[in-house]
Design a protein around this ligand. Structure first.
Ligand code: TPP
Ligand code: MG
Length: 560
């Protein structure tokens, strides 16, 4: 309860501080450990969404951070609440996403007795989070929250965990708010840009790979203009397809898992790779096979907002410590050579991409996920948002869906199953008027599917498309490759997803033939309710290009 004597509780100081930092949305599962903070939400204008599991709350917050570049916020209780939420912290770490998790803590006087649900947060999250702190002094809330926002967004962004001792939150004091945090742009130096200019002028076959965070719509537009002027083919790295318009004439495709072999060949043949924003992690580096470590033969220009990432794994020919936003605006100052030696290469790369993604490949079974993706890309508006988790079903999304807008694809580069659904929840909460479609695997969806109740509770008309193939497909695929015919722990007996949706109060429909998908999607849209469209997928359709039987036969032949 707020008083008018100029004092505030720790909880009130904290929530007021979030408002100063521009927070509009937060996700939580409540706990008795932070009641005073919850109470302070009562009279303040932050939309607090209560979830059914902390992994959903944390992943939803991560998705907000990913989509907006501002820290996504979640509140969870001590002990089990925090450990449940850890999946979201790991995603934010690997995906370089700004997020802040506030977690309850036992009273200060009980510390180190292993009191009820006590955790040492610095120890537990020390290697996952970018920064972990515990606020012992109510008067330091403004300072430490300000610190957390700065750490989360600057350099290479990442997750911050702040523990809140229960009695610290109820203490009442007078303390002024800290001012709103600043996000610091790191600009490339003039020398960096002139060295880059020289490298581009000497290049014969350059290519750009873009990924990571600290982008903006303006930055992607600036990069598109640069690519046009230089006729530079640009590919997006794993799950970062939203950074470049797929129909832009310089777009060379998705450089993640199962990329177009022509694109892989193009990157291998390049004499200059301009890597902007990404870490060149395991997926885009094609399991670290693409370039020699630590001294690549290919000239790499690595642009990254985190100084610590430069020279990690790959020793770049030119390392530039800059945010993609700042770097892309500096690109306006570069001039292409009068005669571009690689003239026409961006057109060829884009033609290769279009051919690779144009038509769904034939697959066993009556529902072709590729054709569903083609339908979606032709029928959804450009500002629709697709969210995904992890599993083989994402292979069809990456290959056949064409992302047109910044923020149009939200997925975990960390490969965390269960992410797509809470990400959709977050996106529909943030953008109530945009179409939000989560494409999920049957295994993937049920990792966070209990939060379908949350979409119903808040009346969010998101649509979940569940690829129901009755298997943990990715793992079955690896099993057939490594241990052909010996399937262990990869078969799934699923609920009736249509009935599941209805039982929660949503709309459900099952699709058994591709031709029935458009009507099912139309009915889901028309219902205005949270919807599940279940697709009956043949487990043999394991990738757009391979069947389980084919993988098994090949493996048996190899081992025979
Ligand atoms: C949280 C988490 N647990 C386990 C895995 C390992 N894993 C990767 S893909 C996969 C199976 C995905 O199954 P499903 O969602 O049904 O999609 P499918 O591959 O069948 O299309 C598993 C278990 C993971 N990536 N993330
Ligand atoms: Mg599956």
């Amino acid at each position: 309860m707020r008083s008018n004597d100029g004092t505030r509780t720790g909880g009130e100081i904290l929530i007021d501080q979030l408002l100063v930092h521009g927070v509009t949305h937060a996700f939580c599962v409540p706990g008795e450990s932070y009641l005073a903070a919850l109470d302070a939400f009562h009279d303040r204008d932050i939309k607090l969404t209560v979830c059914r599991h902390e992994s959903s709350a944390a992943m939803a917050a991560e998705a907000i951070g990913k989509a907006t570049g501002k820290p996504g916020i979640c509140f969870v209780t001590r002990g089990p609440g925090a450990t449940n939420a850890s999946a979201g912290i790991h995603i934010a770490r690997q995906d370089s996403t700004p997020m802040i998790m506030f977690v309850g803590q036992i009273g200060r006087s009980m510390r180190d007795r292993e009191a009820f649900q006590e955790l040492d947060y610095r120890a537990v999250f020390g290697t996952i989070a970018k920064f972990v702190t515990e606020i012992d002094d109510t008067a330091r809330i403004p300072e430490l929250v300000s610190h957390a926002f700065h750490v989360a967004v600057n350099g290479r962004p990442g997750p911050v965990v702040i523990a809140l001792p229960e009695d610290m939150l109820t203490e009442r004091i007078a303390v002024p708010d800290a001012a709103c945090y600043d996000q610091v742009e790191t600009w490339p130096g003039l020398t960096d840009m002139s060295r880059l200019q020289k490298l581009l002028w000497a290049a014969k076959k350059p290519v750009a790979l873009i990924g990571g965070s600290r982008w903006s719509e303006q930055a992607t537009a600036a990069l598109m203009r640069f690519a046009e002027r230089f006729q530079l083919p640009v590919a997006t790295t794993f799950r970062r397809g939203h950074l470049f318009d797929a129909m832009h004439p310089c777009y060379a495709g998705d450089f993640g898992i199962g990329p177009n072999p022509k694109l892989v060949a193009r990157v291998r043949a390049a004499d200059l790779v301009l890597l902007v924003g990404d870490r060149m992690s395991e997926m885009p580096s094609q399991s670290y096979t693409l370039f020699d470590i630590p001294e690549p033969q290919t000239k790499i220009v690595h642009v990254h907002p985190g100084a610590d990432e430069l020279g990690r794994v790959y020793h770049a020919h030119l390392a530039i410590n800059a945010t993609p936003t700042a770097f892309c605006s500096a690109l306006e100052g570069l001039q292409p050579p009068n005669e571009i030696p690689w003239r026409g290469e961006s057109d060829t790369a884009h033609t290769d991409y279009l051919a690779w993604s144009e038509k769904a490949t034939p697959v066993p079974g009556d529902v072709n996920l590729g054709e569903v993706m083609v339908w979606l890309r032709e029928n959804l508006s450009e500002d629709a948002i697709i969210t995904i988790g992890a599993g083989n079903f994402t292979g069809w999304v990456h290959r056949f869906y064409r992302v047109r807008r910044f923020g149009g694809l939200i997925g975990p580069t960390s490969g965390s199953m269960g992410y797509g659904y809470p990400a959709a929840l977050a996106m529909q909460t943030l953008y109530p008027d945009r179409t939000v479609v989560c494409i999920a695997g049957d295994g993937d969806f049920l990792m966070t599917g209990q939060d379908f109740a949350t979409a119903v509770q808040y009346g969010l008309p998101l649509i979940v498309i569940v690829s129901d193939n009755g298997v943990y497909g990715t793992i079955r695929m690896h099993q057939e490759r490594e241990y052909p015919g010996r399937t262990v722990a990869t078969a799934l007996t699923n609920p009736n997803f249509e009935a599941y949706a209805k039982a929660f109060g949503g709309f459900g429909v099952s699709v058994e033939k591709t031709a029935d998908f458009p009507a099912a999607f139309g009915a889901a849209k028309a219902s205005g309710k949270p919807s599940i469209i279940r697709l009956k997928i043949d487990p043999e359709a394991i990738t757009p290009a391979a069947t389980l039987a084919g993988i098994r036969a090949k493996s048996l032949a190899g081992k025979g």
